[in-house]
Structures are given as structure tokens and as C-alpha cells.
Design a protein around this ligand. Structure first.
Ligand code: BGP
Length: 471
């Protein structure tokens, strides 16, 4: 009998996002989203209209292969599967008053498959998939009108799926908005950049929308558990100087404010000071303040890496990262995409979030993007991804440490449980999955699925509830 720190009922699974997996970008009434005009993710310019080099137009054709993919997730023993609903499948332009029934029917079919296999859905309402029309006609989330459109969209989902979906996330990585305005907030970026005041106003609109969705869920789907979702990135001081410690505190505050608002129901003093010092007057109504009091049931987050920070201007801002970067940490290795690998950072951020918010936590993204080599072993096509097994094992061991520390963790959905298009660079060659998908960056490939070595490894981890991890 193996011992394990993971409690009975811990939810094990994987995560994806509609724009990175589904394809069928214009099928069954779906409208364009900002992703359909971002052929290079956030690492390249947007286009006016979809271009054939945008891998997301086809993705991995999950829109037609969802039953096969979910059967593979079930074979691994998933008890939970995180996916997003594409906003522009439900409201093609985003400002319609009635939803697109064909879009709703697709997610009914996905939920049918999950129920067939006893897999709990964990639904992201908005995962970087703002309808392009809302970006182009309204300016995205800088426009207060988006709160109403998002409310209508969320209410439609709760009414349609509220009796089948327990776990909901309002916005994916809501704290990325200032760093990726177009992808995260549907905000067109003029040559001179988006004025900071408009970005902060957009942030406020999303926080109000998130809180209103939380209130609506409680009215329409009383069994629902609503969580916020933030991009976590523990920050270490580059030196023990107090100045570097202050630089860390300031950088951390920039991310923690979102969880603070979602769990406390108001803006913290350090954020109000930041607005004052930047001369920014937010348009906050009394209704907004009342709305923000609708705090979440749990906090979910993505974790890939940690960064360092310093007060030394010459060293700042040179690090690679998931949408945000700090200063490279000389004590840590990095992935092929320069993301610093730090399993202990996951234990630290679990403790930080638990100590700060005392809300159950859900790790809804964690994984290693790597170039995989498809090979043949015993007549089977596979990938010998020992590097991914090592990364995931070491991170899950730290989740176990956090559980021993008394942190309440609901579950873990590894990112990209099947190879999908990456967000930051829109590549398929940056693979995360337990399942290899035969499609390449040039769009070639059969779309066939193949089980990697990590597929069988993860099956064992789930079967033993973490007992098979090597500590
Ligand atoms: C997060 C996004 C995910 C996913 C992940 C990995 O920011 O929430 O959608 O893409 O990053 O990043 P990438 O795909 O750029 O490697």
C-alpha cells in the first residue's frame, strides 16, 4: 500500500482551451474571436482576417474528434477535464440578444461524452477568446458595455449547463490583461500602445463582470462553484538587499490584486496607492462596489515557472516567461522556450495563496512545452518523454508537500493534456500533451493521436492517487 499526501476525492485531469484545440473556427455559426486573427499568438502581429498560416483555424480538429479525445482522457483515469467554451460559438458577434443554438449543442455533446466516462467538467467561461466584433466595434474590455455582454453570455451558460457543470472559472489568467491587452482583453493596440488608464479601467470592468457572473451563478445554478483564475509566478529577490525585496513586493502586488479583489470583494490599499501615484482615476460606480462583494468559492491558477526581480534597472525585464517575465534566476534551469523550471515554486505559491486568501485552491494549468520526437517502440508510435515525466513528477511532489503544509487543494489539471496550439507563439511544435497529435507547424500531418510514455505514467499516478510519484 503506497502512502500519499493526496486526499481521497482529489481531482486529477488535464486542461485545454477552445481556441487552441477545437479548430472549426467558422463552423456551425461560430463568429471570429481575437485568436482567429493572431497567427503568431502574442509573439507576432494580428491580421485583419483569418490567414491560412493560423494553426488555430483547424487546431487539432477536436471539434470533430472530441469523443475520441475524451475516451483517451478516460483511459488515463481523469476525474476532471478543464476546457473553455468559445464565447463566439455562443454569441458569434458577442452583442446579440439570442445565443447560437448550434454552438450550445456542441458543448452539450462534449458534456455527454464526459458524463459517459464519469469525468467532472471544469469550464472556463472566457479563455482569451473575446469575439472579434466586440474588440473591433467596442474596443474590447475598455468599454463598460462588455460587462453586460459577458453577463448575458455567462447567464446563458449557467441556464443551459448549470445542472451538468459544477466548477466554473470566469476568466482565464485575468491578471494577464495589462500584459497582453488584445489577447486577454480584446483591446486593439494602437501604435503608441494602450493608455495605462484605459488598461486599468478594462481590468476593473473584467473584475466587475467576474463578480456579477458569480452572483448570477448563485441565482441560476445554486450547486455551482465559481472560481477566479490567475497566472501565478512566484518572484524571488535577485539579491538579499531590501531594495530588491521591495521590487519583489511591488511586482507581486501587481498580480495578487486580482485574487485579493476576488476573495475580499474590494480593492486593497496598495492598489489604490498605485492608481493615485500613476494619476489614474477609475470610473467605479456604487453598483460596481456592491457587485465586487460577490466573492469566489475557490481560487484557481496556472503555474509554469518562477522569476526573479531586482531594483537594479540595468538587469530588469530581460527574462522570458508565460506572458510575463522578470529577471532570469541564475540558480534555475530553463525550458527550450526559456521558461525557468522551478517545482519548489509551486509549493511556495500554494502556501502563499492559501495563507493570503484561505480559499480552496485548484491548479488548472501546469506542464512542460517541449519539442517531442515521434518514434516507434515495439511496433507502436510514441514519444519517450522522460523530460515531461520528470517535470510533472517533481511539480506534483511539491503539491504533495503543500498538502502536508495544510493547504487545501481541490485538484490538478495539467496543461495541454493533449498536444494543442500554444498560446504565446501559436505553435504545435511546443507540445505539452500526454497524447501526441500528428500535426506540424506548417499545418501538415494526419491528425492521428498517439499515446506518449507520459500517458501511461500519468495513468499510474491517478490510479495510485499520487502514490507512484518518486519523491
Ligand atoms: C497560459 C494559457 C494557456 C496555455 C499556457 C501555456 O498562459 O492560459 O492557454 O497556452 O499558457 O502557454 P503556451 O501555450 O504559450 O506555451
Amino acid at each position: 500500500m503506497t502512502t500519499t499526501p493526496f486526499p481521497d476525492g482529489f481531482l486529477w485531469g488535464g486542461a485545454t482551451a477552445a481556441n487552441q484545440i477545437e479548430g472549426a473556427y467558422d463552423e456551425d455559426g461560430k463568429g471570429l474571436s481575437v485568436q482567429d486573427v493572431m497567427p503568431r499568438g502574442i509573439s507576432g502581429p494580428r491580421t485583419d482576417r483569418p490567414t491560412p498560416d493560423n494553426l488555430k483555424l483547424v487546431g487539432i480538429d477536436h471539434y470533430h474528434r472530441y469523443a475520441e479525445d475524451i475516451a483517451l482522457f478516460a483511459e488515463m483515469g481523469f476525474s476532471v477535464y478543464r476546457f473553455s467554451i468559445a464565447w463566439s460559438r455562443i454569441f458569434p458577434n458577442g452583442d446579440e440578444t439570442e445565443p447560437n443554438e448550434e454552438g450550445l449543442a456542441f458543448y452539450d455533446r462534449v458534456l455527454d461524452e464526459l458524463e459517459k466516462h464519469g469525468i467532472e467538467p471544469l469550464v472556463t467561461i472566457s479563455h482569451y477568446e473575446t469575439p472579434l466584433h466586440l474588440a473591433e466595434q467596442y474596443g474590447g474590455w475598455t468599454n463598460r458595455a462588455l460587462i453586460g455582454f459577458y453577463e448575458r453570455y455567462a447567464r446563458t451558460l449557467f441556464e443551459r449547463f448549470g445542472n451538468r457543470v459544477t466548477y466554473w472559472l470566469t476568466f482565464n489568467e485575468i491578471n494577464s490583461l495589462l500584459h497582453a491587452p488584445f489577447m486577454s482583453g480584446g483591446i486593439p493596440i494602437p501604435d503608441g500602445g494602450v493608455p495605462k488608464g484605459e488598461l486599468y479601467q478594462a481590468m476593473h470592468h473584467e473584475l466587475v463582470a467576474s463578480a456579477r457572473a458569480t452572483r448570477i451563478a448563485r441565482e441560476v445554478a445554486p450547486a455551482a462553484k465559481v472560481g477566479c483564475m490567475v497566472l501565478s509566478m512566484p518572484i524571488y529577490p535577485l539579491s538579499p538587499s531590501p531594495a530588491d525585496a521591495v521590487a519583489v513586493m511591488d511586482a507581486d502586488h501587481g498580480n495578487l490584486v486580482y485574487g485579493d479583489v476576488h476573495t475580499r470583494g474590494e480593492y486593497p490599499g496598495y492598489f489604490l496607492r498605485r492608481l493615485r501615484e500613476e494619476g489614474i482615476e477609475l470610473d467605479i460606480t456604487d453598483e460596481d462596489r456592491a457587485d465586487l462583494k460577490n466573492t469566489v468559492d475557490f481560487v484557481s491558477f496556472s503555474y509554469y515557472m518562477s522569476i526573479a526581480e531586482t531594483a537594479d534597472a540595468d538587469k530588469r525585464g530581460s527574462g522570458e516567461g508565460n506572458i510575463m517575465g522578470g529577471v532570469p534566476n541564475p540558480t534555475l534551469p530553463a525550458s527550450e522556450w526559456g521558461w525557468q523550471i522551478d517545482p519548489v515554486g509551486l509549493r511556495l505559491v500554494l502556501n502563499q495563496f492559501w495563507d493570503r486568501w484561505q480559499k480552496p485552491l485548484f491548479i488548472v494549468e501546469n506542464g512542460l512545452g517541449a519539442r517531442d520526437q515521434l518514434v516507434e517502440v515495439d511496433g507502436e508510435k510514441t514519444v519517450v518523454d522522460d523530460y515531461r515525466i520528470q517535470y510533472l513528477n517533481d511539480h506534483l511532489v511539491q503539491v504533495g508537500e503543500a498538502l502536508e503544509d495544510g493547504v487545501a487543494v481541490l485538484g490538478y489539471t495539467s496543461w495541454g493534456c493533449i498536444d494543442i496550439v500554444s498560446a504565446s507563439t501559436a505553435q504545435l511544435s511546443k507540445r505539452y500533451g500526454f497524447i501526441y497529435v500528428d500535426r506540424n507547424d506548417d499545418g501538415s500531418g494526419t491528425l492521428n493521436r498517439y499515446r506518449k510514455k507520459s500517458f501511461h505514467w500519468y495513468s499510474d499516478v491517478i490510479r495510485t492517487n499520487g502514490g507512484s510519484l518518486t519523491r
